[in-house]
Design a protein around this ligand. Structure first.
Ligand SMILES: Nc1ncnc2c1ncn2[C@@H]1O[C@H](COP(=O)(O)OP(=O)(O)O)[C@@H](O)[C@H]1O
Ligand SMILES: [Mg+2]
Length: 252
C-alpha cells in the first residue's frame, strides 16, 4: 500500500456492520476518502447514514468490519490495542457534542489531561497559544459547571489540540449550542486550520456550520454520495434537499 504523506487521514473500502439480536445493520458500506493535512471537512447526511461510525472508525475508537484506516503512514488494523490507545492519545483529537469534560477537574486540568496521560513533555508555548486562542485564560481555575456551553466546548477543543494531533474529529460539536456560540466555536476550529495547520473533520447537520469547511462530503446509507469543494450554504441546503427528494444509489 502506498503512503500518502499529504493526507492526515485516509480510509479505504471501509465497512462497519453491527449485529444485534441476529440482525445485521450496515453502518458503512464501503467508504473511500482522504483528508488532506491543513484542511477542514464537514461530513453531513441524514440521521443513521453512518457519520458517527465513520468518525469513530477513522479515529480508532471502533474497529471496522473490513477496510483500512490510515492516520498518516500508520494503518490502524496493524496496531495492538496498546499501540492503538497510544496513537489515539498522541495523534488524534476528538470533540463530542456533549463536551465530555471531567467535572471534578479545572479548565486547565482538563486541557492538559491528555498530556498528563501520555507522559509527554508539555510544549508550554503551544499550550499558552491554545489557551490564548480559545480565550479561556481567565477561566483556567474554574470547573466546567461554572462555564457556558460554548465555553465548555472551547475547553474541549483546547483539550483536543493540546497534543497537536494529526487530526481533530468533531461529532456535531455545535449541536448543543445556540447560533452565536456555535459561530464562535466554528471560528475557533477554522482558525486552528488556517493559523496552525491542523486538520479538522466535523460532522454537522447544519449547512451554516458546514459552510466554514473547505469541503463537504455527504453520506447516505453508509456511502459517500456527494463530495463538494467549498459549497456555500445555499448549495449545501439544496444538495441535502435533493437527497431527501430522490434517494441516491451509488453503484458498487
Ligand atoms: N453500537 C451500535 N449498535 C448497533 N447499531 C448501531 C450502533 N451504532 C450505530 N448503529 C447503526 O448504524 C447506522 C449508522 O449509525 P451512525 O453512524 O450513528 O449514524 P449517524 O451518525 O449518521 O446518525 C444506524 O442504522 C445505527 O442505528
Ligand atoms: Mg451521529
Amino acid at each position: 500500500m502506498s503512503v500518502h504523506n499529504d493526507l492526515a487521514v485516509r480510509v479505504e473500502q471501509l465497512t462497519r456492520t453491527y449485529r444485534t439480536d441476529g440482525q445485521a445493520v450496515t453502518a458503512l458500506a464501503g467508504v473511500d476518502a482522504g483528508f488532506a493535512r491543513g484542511t477542514f471537512t464537514a461530513v453531513m447526511g441524514p440521521s443513521g447514514s453512518g457519520k458517527s461510525t465513520l468518525l469513530q472508525t477513522a479515529a480508532g475508537l471502533d474497529r471496522p468490519t473490513s477496510g483500512e484506516v490510515w492516520i498518516g503512514d500508520t494503518e490502524l488494523a496493524r496496531l495492538s490495542e496498546t499501540r492503538l490507545t497510544k496513537l489515539r492519545r498522541d495523534r488524534i483529537g476528538f470533540v463530542f457534542q456533549a463536551f465530555n469534560l471531567i467535572g471534578a477537574l479545572t479548565v486547565e486540568e482538563n486541557i492538559v489531561l491528555p498530556l498528563r496521560l501520555s507522559g509527554a513533555r508539555p510544549d508550554r508555548a503551544w499550550l499558552a497559544e491554545v489557551v490564548r486562542r480559545v480565550g479561556l485564560g481567565p477561566r483556567l481555575a474554574h470547573r466546567p459547571a461554572q462555564l457556558s456551553g460554548g465555553q465548555q466546548q472551547r475547553v474541549a477543543i483546547a483539550r483536543a489540540v493540546a497534543m497537536r494531533p494529526d487530526v481533530i474529529f468533531c461529532d456535531e460539536p455545535t449541536g448543543a449550542l445556540d447560533t452565536q456560540t456555535a459561530a464562535e466555536v466554528l471560528a475557533l476550529l477554522r482558525s486552528m486550520v488556517d493559523e496552525h495547520g491542523q486538520t479538522v473533520v466535523m460532522v454537522t447537520h447544519d449547512p451554516a456550520a458546514a459552510s466554514y469547511a473547505d469541503r463537504v462530503i455527504v453520506l447516505a446509507d453508509g456511502r459517500i454520495v456527494r463530495d463538494m469543494p467549498q459549497p456555500g450554504v445555499a448549495r449545501i441546503a439544496e444538495q441535502l434537499a435533493s437527497l431527501r427528494r430522490t434517494p441516491v444509489t451509488v453503484a458498487g
